[in-house]
Every structure is written in C-alpha cells, then in structure tokens.
Design a protein around this ligand. Sequence first.
Ligand SMILES: Cc1cc2nc3c(=O)[nH]c(=O)nc-3n(C[C@H](O)[C@H](O)[C@H](O)COP(=O)(O)OP(=O)(O)OC[C@H]3O[C@@H](n4cnc5c(N)ncnc54)[C@H](O)[C@@H]3O)c2cc1C
Ligand code: SF4
Length: 332
Amino acid sequence: MHPFTLERPRDLPAALAFRPQAGRNDAPVEYIAGGTDMVQLLQENIRRPDRLVSLAGLLDNRIEVGPQGLRLGAAATMAEVAAHPDVVEQFPVISEALLESASPQVRNQATMGGNVLQRTRCPYFRDVGYEACNKRAPGSGCAAIGGENRWHAVLGTSDDCIAAHPSDLAVALVALDAAVEIEGADGQRTVPLGDFHRLPEATPHIETVLEPGEVIAAITVPANPAARRSHYLKVRDRASFEFAVVSAAVVLEMDGAQIRQARIALGGVGTKPWRVPRVEAALTAASLDPVELRSAAALAAEGAQGRGHNDFKIELMRRAIVRAVEIAGART
Ligand SMILES: Cc1cc2nc3c(=O)[nH]c(=O)nc-3n(C[C@H](O)[C@H](O)[C@H](O)COP(=O)(O)OP(=O)(O)OC[C@H]3O[C@@H](n4cnc5c(N)ncnc54)[C@H](O)[C@@H]3O)c2cc1C
Ligand code: SF4
C-alpha cells in the first residue's frame, strides 16, 4: 500500500479546503466515507493518494420524507435507508436495490455518497498486474476490449473503455429522476443524477462531474405517488453478495389495466446508470400483455454493442425489463 496521511478535519469547510477529487486515479488527495470501496482500492494499490480526507461526522446522515419527496443525507448508510419505513412504503425500488447489494456488514458501513461514487468492478481495473487500463492509467489502453469481457457494458461504451457502472442504488435513483446536492468551497449546486456520471468517451478516468473540493451532500428524490408501484430486478451469478450482470429499475403509473407512464433504468449493461426513454415511450398506453411488453423492451437494445463474451446481455436486458414491469404492474 502506498503511504498516505489520514486527515480528520474538524468541519466540512476544512475538508473542502484540501481540494480532494473523488473517483480519479490521478488525484493526490481523496475523500473516504464508509471506506468499503476505498480501503480495497488502497490495499490493492489501485489508488495511491498521498492524503485521505475523512468525511466521518462531517456530513448529514438524515433520511427525510416530506411533501417535496425524499432527501437522503450523504452519510446515511445503505442499511439505514433500506430499512426506513417511508422508503420501504413509498420508494420500494430504492429499498430493494439496496437490499440486493453487497452484504449486511457492508451495508451497515457504506454511505449514500460513497455508493454512487464506488469504482467499477472491471477485473482489469481492479488488478494492477494488468498494465492496460485507461481508467486506472490514462493512455495505457483497455485490456477488456479483446480480453475477457463477460461483465462489461454494451451501452455507452467507447474505444477507450467498456467498464460497467457498478451501483445498484444509482440505477433505482435514475429511474426516479433523483438529483445530487453538491457542496464545494464556492457554494452549492444540484445536478440530476442522470447527468452526474460521465460517459467514458476518450477520458474514462474522469467518471463524474464533481470538481476538486466538492462533496456529495445529499441525494433528493421528487415526490411521486407512482413510486409505490416500483421494483428493482437484479440478475446475478450468485443469489447474494454479487454485482449485477443485468438489472432493471421500473416505476409504473397505471390507469386501470393500462400503463400511463413508465420510468425505467438499467444496470450492469451501461457505462453509467442507463435510462431507456424509447422503451418508456413505447410503454405509454400499453397493457401488461407480454407481447406488448416484449415489443417495447426490444427498443432497449438500440445502439447496444456486444464485445463477444457479453453479447448475451443484450437479450437478457430485454427479458429483465419485461419481468420487472410485470412484477411492478402486479403491485397495488
Ligand atoms: C464485498 C462487496 C460487495 C459489494 N456488492 C455490491 C453490490 O452488489 N451492489 C452495489 O451497488 N455495491 C456493492 N458494493 C459496493 C458498496 O456498495 C460500496 O463499496 C459502498 O457503497 C461505498 O460506500 P462508502 O461509504 O464505503 O464509500 P468509500 O469507500 O468511503 O468511498 C467510495 C468513493 O466515494 C468517495 N466519496 C465517498 N463519499 C463521498 C462524498 N460524500 N462526496 C464525495 N466523495 C465521496 C470516496 O472518495 C471514494 O472515491 C460491494 C462492496 C463490497 C466490499
Ligand atoms: S474496460 Fe475500462 S476499466 Fe476495464 S480495462 Fe478497459 S479501460 Fe480499464
């Protein structure tokens, strides 16, 4: 492990003054929150910051539900949010996405801010034995293209990186039109979560729109009665403690037996949480008939590019959408 200094600032302005940069391998200073991802990255020599700035005790950890919707303080843990009665009742897709993530021990420690900023599970990124990884070492190439790529993305990829985004929670939040409250030395700003993660394009090492010295302060989800009829479907290699091969977050507004509006985001298939507006549009006024659902779900594959081992994800994501819509639609 690269030696580093752990800074424990007394308040948030002091933490921001260190100008850490979350989620970039070339940043000399980074934040640490729950540490469940960061400690692994340090141990494996994937991250080598000179300074780590602890956010412990500096950020809001409240979970609030009001007329405007849901507000999750960045320091709230995955376990606290998953078990919150109002989240379970009004936003089941969030609770389900969290309970299908990691393990009870990790969920007790990991935070909302850290979850949406966790790094990819691409095995070449996670193993410094492989030299070629543009995300870890800009300009070094991509070992996954032409290598073993069963776990990789089929949507939003570039010639420089095909890594899949790992967070289940972020997929559910994107389907719910959530936003990220960001705090920095220059003040606060709010960014829709759908615009928060960047496509890899030619700079896969820059993963989000966060600037140096900015933190995630909270995540907000607008009030939406339809969110009670929502579901997170996760397809994975093992029944627990495993990342998504493919996942689908679905929020359905029904008008009798007809879909009035569907919101759908996919995980495991995109380089960022992937919203599918063409599928959503095709589902407007559709019934829950499997033939109609399959024809709408087929549109999710538009622009998808398999790289060999991950070709199966294109059909699997269509099936995951159909199954998730059926389950959400059966809810009252
Ligand atoms: C064995 C295992 C299995 C897992 N399985 C899953 C799974 O199935 N699904 C899933 O979604 N996740 C899974 N995870 C990942 C887990 O959800 C993340 O490790 C966790 O959510 C990260 O939160 P943290 O608070 O520990 O972040 P940390 O590890 O402390 O930080 C992660 C990143 O976020 C930055 N950061 C943290 N908070 C902030 C903030 N407020 N503002 C700015 N930057 C910040 C840090 O600098 C760092 O870059 C798994 C993890 C493990 C260890
Ligand atoms: S897919 Fe991205 S993270 Fe994986 S090896 Fe290629 S550049 Fe690195």
